[in-house]
Design a protein around this ligand. Structure first.
Ligand code: BGC
Length: 356
């Protein structure tokens, strides 16, 4: 394996706390916390690379966090049953300290995609590690998360970029579908698989605009995160015409010409090219057997690495909003780097390329 792959694994291992938590980025104050979304992709990359023990420690940490906030989760489920929607602060949070505590302060706390991704990642772990029976704590946490997702999926939450908290997002629905299907496979539960299928139907009914999937219900544009509908959540097969149309729109609207932006109106750090999204597209191509395209992308990602091998969240190329770039640099410092889930996406791309 190449040097950047080895460095990427090293970054993941070096930034896993003793508790098993994996922080988003060590050198960016706002990201010195552990997210379910980022961590679940990192755990999957670690498992794929054969570092089963590290992946297991993350799942152990995540299970403990879920069980620690069990009361909160149960209260939300109960509230929905009584037709009252809990506000974001009352919901299960999206980022935690390495000790598994909620981080105080204003944030888009309520995000369901990370939890869906976690269930998917745990299912993958079970398959890769051939652990027939998962630890009891993991199973208890998985049941809670499954019930929570089933209760909450049809209500708005913040999207995977922690924005648009009043809308329903196609990517998030896809992640919930992928998570519930993962749960159903892990615990052999046909009822949950049926519930997941209803979410997929909902996506087809409400999240398609002019033949392509849209960012959110009410936002007909594309978001590069829609790649996730194919990999990893498998809402669609590669050949699915709606997905192919979505992919073409993503490339036409968001690639400049290889690096992918998140979405057209992005102003965060000016809306540069996100390395993790570009690697994600490469991962998708490799999974679909389009190895040449995947290799071109891998080369592009490698060219973005800093001298010590760090891969950032985004690179300020072809930015949409120079004023936004200046604003965020002043507010939070330089772009986050190394961003661990960028490294995770690169590892997954390289691993998939090994099959080609
Ligand atoms: C991104 C999230 C991510 C977080 C930590 C945010 O800016 O929008 O997707 O989980 O950073 O990496």
């Amino acid at each position: 394996m190449n040097l950047l792959y080895q460095r990427s694994l090293q970054f993941l291992m070096d930034n896993q706390a003793k508790t098993g938590a994996i922080i988003a980025c060590p050198d960016f104050e706002t990201y010195r916390y552990a997210w379910f979304r980022d961590g679940s992709f990192c755990a999957h990359a670690l498992a794929q690379a054969g570092l089963i023990e590290n992946a297991a420690r993350f799942h152990q940490w995540a299970s403990r966090v879920v069980l620690r906030y069990q009361k909160k989760i149960e209260m939300c489920i109960q509230a929905v049953r009584e037709n009252t929607l809990p506000d974001a602060e009352m919901c299960f949070h999206s980022r935690f300290t390495t000790q598994g505590e909620e981080v105080p302060g204003h944030w888009g706390h309520h995000q369901l995609d990370g939890l869906g991704t976690w269930l998917w990642s745990m299912k993958e772990f079970q398959q890769i590690s051939s652990e027939k029976t998962l630890p009891v704590e993991w199973q208890q946490a998985a049941v809670l998360v499954k019930d929570y997702l089933m209760a909450m999926w049809s209500f708005p939450c913040s999207d995977s970029w922690e924005e648009n908290e009043t809308l329903l997002h196609t990517y998030t629905l896809g992640a919930v579908y992928g998570g519930l299907m993962g749960y159903a496979a892990m615990l052999d539960d046909a009822e949950t698989a049926q519930a997941a299928a209803r979410i997929r139907d909902y996506i087809y009914q409400h999240c398609v605009y002019q033949g392509a999937f849209m960012k959110s219900i009410g936002l007909p544009e594309v978001d590069a995160n829609l790649i996730g509908l194919y990999i990893p959540y498998r809402v669609v097969e590669w050949e699915n015409p709606i997905f192919q149309e979505t992919l073409q729109k993503i490339i036409a609207d968001l690639a400049t010409p290889i690096g992918l932006h998140r979405y057209r109106k992005d102003v965060y750090y000016g809306g540069g090219e996100w390395i993790l999204l570009t690697a994600w597209l490469g991962w998708a191509y490799a999974q679909a057997g389009e190895y040449e395209k995947a290799r071109t992308i891998a080369g592009w990602v490698e060219a973005q690495a800093e001298p010590d091998g760090a891969l950032a969240e985004q690179v300020p190329h072809a930015i949409y909003d120079p004023v936004g770039y200046e604003y965020w640099c002043k507010r939070w410092g330089p772009i986050a780097s190394p961003l661990l889930w960028t490294h995770a996406k690169y590892i997954l791309l390289v691993k998939s390329l090994c099959n080609g």
